[in-house]
Design a binder for this molecule. Structure first.
Ligand SMILES: Cc1ncc(C[n+]2csc(CCOP(=O)(O)OP(=O)(O)O)c2C)c(N)n1
Ligand SMILES: [Mg+2]
Length: 897
């Protein structure tokens, strides 16, 4: 019988009544079990709520393990062998980091984090994580990024990495070593998920689990037995992205998702919640969101003490001690724990009176107890209808002794002195003699040792080794010919926007019998903005629940249709979520051996700027798919103002090495670009992704056949094609360039130049200044390294060479965008760029283009000025033009106002 703890009595007006209720509850727990007790409590609360009573909800449970000892599923494994192997991996991981920081290396690395998470990993590897094999697509594990040395140590012991490789941890340039962190770009057969930028693993893991369900629901892949495991640090949970999508995981009932939070109570600088309890806080967050929460706080050595804690004093003290204290206990010793933890109550001192200080020190934490971990994992994998989070309490720097264990400085610890190495060796019983410890070697048991046999047997039983990454899908869908987009390749006499052209292209693709079902259209609550609402009805919006209501617009042709097998991923207002969804789709060739072709369309301003780090991670993990930055351009989305008008997304996309970006003006350019993207990403399985801007300005479009360029398709893809040549034989000429909607101003400028000033203009459409620059840089680099060979010409140089007059480029982006190709303009050719530097603002397109100095008049003036600088016309002519077009020379600089 439990007594009511004293602290509650103070607020209790009727302790006798309380006592009766508690006794009744005790009796139920004793006779019928905790599930029944839980049911009764839920019913009581439900009854009270139905009667209208205000019952504030507490999302917290006691500070003890969620799974009581009698309900723990026992591990079938050989605990002793597992422990030996774990110890070897701890040792090798430590040696790896220590070596990277010796001699000329000051390469960094982390020892303390794997030390805390090692047992949690080990249990997964030994018993739970399937590699892809017949009948199983493989589990997907997001490893805590900076615990990579521990994963390498396992792969080394498994014979998957050589000693030379791990000796060269963090030395990648010569191709001998291995990555600092999980980077699929650098280790494409090994790592699947880049996780080391804190917070990106959790949100990507959630959307990955959802995407697996989507593939299953749509009949594209059998993912029913696959799980997504996400390991993250407790400090990492402060990232908004870490918790930002947990509601979706619960709502979508992602029971294929398991979070394991390594609660070592510390982050880099100090405690995560020194004055509080991170485990309780996270329990509240996740329970509140609707997750199955498994707290894994105490190891088995605590069980007998907890069993004897009939008055609840131990549990109360456990709950009241803050994390700062728990950290401190583990940075000290058994005597300290006796004095400052058990010493909080005389009855607790009594409880441990027969235990030595060493016994007290041995009282372990849940995250270091393989039996308890096994039980938690077993429960998590069997849980249905909800995602599970395991809150595992661990020790940062576990086993590293006085120098790091539980120390504030544990995270930064990378060098080991001789004494610490000795202690570590003794603590984990590594068979290396004293004389070798000066330069500690890696350790491997002999190949026929029972530990080694066990290691391989366990992985064999689970279908192979992990992590492993698939580089290419076995089969790829057939990409239709360019003629599939005929409707947009020919001239458009009706005024349409490139966004509308995109929707037509997408519609043609989803209807295609081969590639259609592979297409995954993704939106973040902007489908109507982009004119895609027609697809709601046609393709259906994916919903794991189908549609439980009659949509308000059911009588409309294009009604809002949700469907269990829907194709559209309508993510709501979460760019990070939608982008994570896109990553899951864009990597499905790898994680599910199934090609998906995702098209995520968004306001270009809320794209790369908002989720730049995820886009970088997409590059790292070799995502393949299309990103459509819609309503693009600083002056094209008129009326929306400073926070909407994007003049720099093309600068942002240009920094991601495998992101190919285009700013097309005409529908046929877009069709050629998308088609070639499909060829590269689907047919050729090249690891690139596309960022393409589309606009909402309506205008007529010429057809592919109407342009002056001799090889227009090839030229479009390279980034620059000849749209039109100046007519007649003008004495003065200029080369006018542009992209996006501003190209149309450039075309108008060509007319002004001819009409008003007798200057002829060749017109160049430049759908990718970024690709032009990349090609130019490559040629330039080659030339520098081959000084004696005939120089390679950059594409820009080759196209402009021999043409007459200066070159002027104008775009709806920063001047830096068009300026990218300056080094490749042929020598002697003057190059002027116009662009939209500065903060946007709302007004009409016409006004904005004047304000930002990119319209037809400014292009004309810039051309005349360039001619004047070349000495071809007098400066007075430029002044005359400024006057003629009503331009105010004292107008403030838009870059600064
Ligand atoms: C976005 C981001 N910010 C900062 C860092 C630098 N960093 C690496 S590990 C770390 C502390 C991590 O603490 P925690 O998540 O608790 O993991 P632990 O090492 O304690 O297991 C920090 C700040 C990072 N990797 N990513
Ligand atoms: Mg931590």
């Amino acid at each position: 019988m439990a007594a009511v703890p004293d602290f509650q009595a103070a607020n209790d007006p009727d302790t006798l009544e309380t006592q009766e209720w508690i006794e009744a509850l005790d009796a139920v727990i004793e006779r019928e079990g905790p599930e029944r007790a839980h049911y009764l409590l839920e019913r009581l609360i439900d009854e009270a709520r139905r009667s209208g009573a205000y019952i504030p909800y507490s999302a917290n449970t006691a500070y003890i393990n969620t799974i009581p000892p009698h309900l723990e599923e026992r591990s079938p494994g050989d605990a002793a062998l597992e422990e030996r192997n774990r110890s070897y991996m701890r040792w090798n991981a430590m040696v790896m980091v220590a070596k990277a920081n010796k001699g000329d290396g000051d390469l960094g690395g982390h020892i303390a984090s794997f030390a805390s998470v090692g047992t949690l990993f080990g249990t997964g590897f030994n018993h739970f994580w399937n590699a892809p094999h017949a009948g199983h697509g493989g589990d997907l594990v997001y490893f805590q990024g900076h615990s990579a040395p521990g994963i390498y140590a396992r792969a080394f012991q498994e014979g998957r990495l050589t000693e030379e490789q791990i000796r060269n941890f963090r030395r990648e340039v010569d191709g001998k070593g291995i990555s600092s962190y999980p980077h699929p770009w650098l280790m494409p057969d090994f790592w699947q998920f880049p996780t080391v930028s804190m917070g990106l693993g959790p949100i990507q893991g959630i959307y990955m689990a959802r995407y697996l369900k989507y593939l299953h629901a749509r009949g594209l892949a059998d993912t029913a037995n696959r799980k997504v495991w996400v390991f993250c640090g407790d400090g990492e949970m402060d990232e908004p992205e870490s918790l930002g999508a947990i509601g979706l995981a619960a709502r979508e009932r992602l029971d294929n998702l398991i979070f394991v939070i390594n609660c070592n109570l510390q982050r880099l600088d100090g405690p995560v919640r020194g004055n509080g309890k991170i485990i309780q806080e996270l329990e509240g967050d996740f329970r509140g969101a609707g997750w199955n929460v498994i707290k894994l706080i105490w190891g088995s050595y605590w069980d007998p003490l907890l069993a004897r804690d009939t008055e609840g004093i131990l549990k109360q003290v456990m709950l009241e001690a803050v994390d700062g204290e728990y950290q401190n206990y583990k940075a000290n010793d058994g005597a300290f724990v006796r004095k400052y933890f058990f010493g909080k109550h005389p009855k607790l001192l009594e409880l441990v009176s027969r235990m030595t200080d060493d016994d007290i020190w041995r009282l372990n934490r849940g995250g270091h107890d393989p039996h308890k971990i096994y039980a938690a994992y077993a429960a998590a994998t069997k849980h249905k209808g909800e995602p599970t989070v395991i809150l595992a309490k661990t020790i940062k720097g576990y086993g590293l002794g006085r120098i790091a264990e539980g120390r504030m400085t544990a995270h930064q610890h990378k060098k080991m002195d001789l004494e610490s190495i000795k202690q570590f060796r003794d603590r984990f019983k590594i068979p290396i003699p004293d004389e070798k410890l000066e330069e500690p070697p890696f350790y491997l048991p002999p190949p026929d040792a029972p530990e080694m046999k066990y290691l391989h047997e366990r992985r064999k039983a689970l279908g192979g080794y992990l992590p492993q990454r698939r580089r290419k899908a076995d089969v790829v869908p057939q990409v239709p010919g360019l003629d599939a987009f005929d409707a947009v390749l020919k001239a458009q006499d009706r005024e349409i926007s490139t966004t509308m052209a995109f929707v037509r292209i997408l519609t043609a693709l989803v209807r295609d019998k081969n590639i259609g079902k592979h297409v995954a259209p993704i939106v973040a609550d902007e489908a109507r903005t982009f004119g895609m609402e027609g697809m709601f009805r046609q393709l259906g919006i994916y919903s794991s629940e189908g549609q439980k209501y009659t949509p308000q617009d059911k009588d409309q042709v294009m009604y809002y249709r949700e469907d269990k097998a829907g194709q559209i991923l309508e993510e709501g207002i979460t760019e990070a979520g939608a982008f994570s969804s896109w990553i899951a789709a864009a990597t499905s060739y790898s994680h599910s051996n199934l090609v998906s072709v995702p098209f995520y369309i968004f306001y270009s301003m809320f794209g790369l700027q908002r989720i730049g780090d995820l886009a970088w991670a997409a590059g790292d993990q070799r995502a393949r798919g299309f990103l459509l930055g819609a309503t693009a351009g600083r002056t094209t989305l008129n009326g929306e103002g400073l926070q909407h008008e994007d003049g720099h997304s093309h600068i942002l996309s240009s920094v991601i090495p495998n992101c190919v970006s285009y700013d097309p003006t005409f529908a046929f350019e877009l069709a050629v670009i998308v088609h070639d993207g499909l060829r590269r990403m689907v047919t050729d399985q090249e690891d690139v992704f596309y960022y393409v801007t589309v606009m909402n300005e309506n205008y007529t479009h010429p057809g592919l056949a109407d342009v002056a360029d001799k090889r227009p398709e090839e030229s479009i893809l390279k980034g620059m094609y000849l749209l039109k040549e100046a007519g007649g034989k003008p004495k003065l000429k200029v080369q006018l360039m542009g992209s996006g909607t501003i190209l149309r101003e450039v075309i108008a400028a060509a007319e002004l130049l001819e009409r008003d000033w007798g200057v002829g203009a060749d017109l160049w459409s430049c759908p990718s200044f970024t690709e032009l620059r990349r090609e130019g840089l490559d040629a330039d680099r080659w030339n520098m390294l081959h000084p004696a060979a005939p120089p390679r010409k950059s594409y820009v140089e080759a196209r402009l060479e021999g043409r007459q007059g200066p070159a002027i480029a104008s775009t709806d982006y920063l001047k830096a965008f068009a300026d990218q190709i300056r080094p490749f303009i042929p020598s002697g050719v003057r190059y002027r760029v116009l662009g939209t530097d500065g903060f946007g603002r709302s007004d009409t397109r016409e006004k904005l283009r004047y304000f930002f100095e990119v319209n037809r008049y400014w292009v004309t003036i810039a051309a005349l000025k360039a001619l004047a600088e070349d000495g071809a016309v007098k400066p007075a002519l430029v002044a005359e033009a400024i006057g003629k077009y009503g331009i105010d020379p004292s107008k403030p600089n838009p870059a600064t106002v």
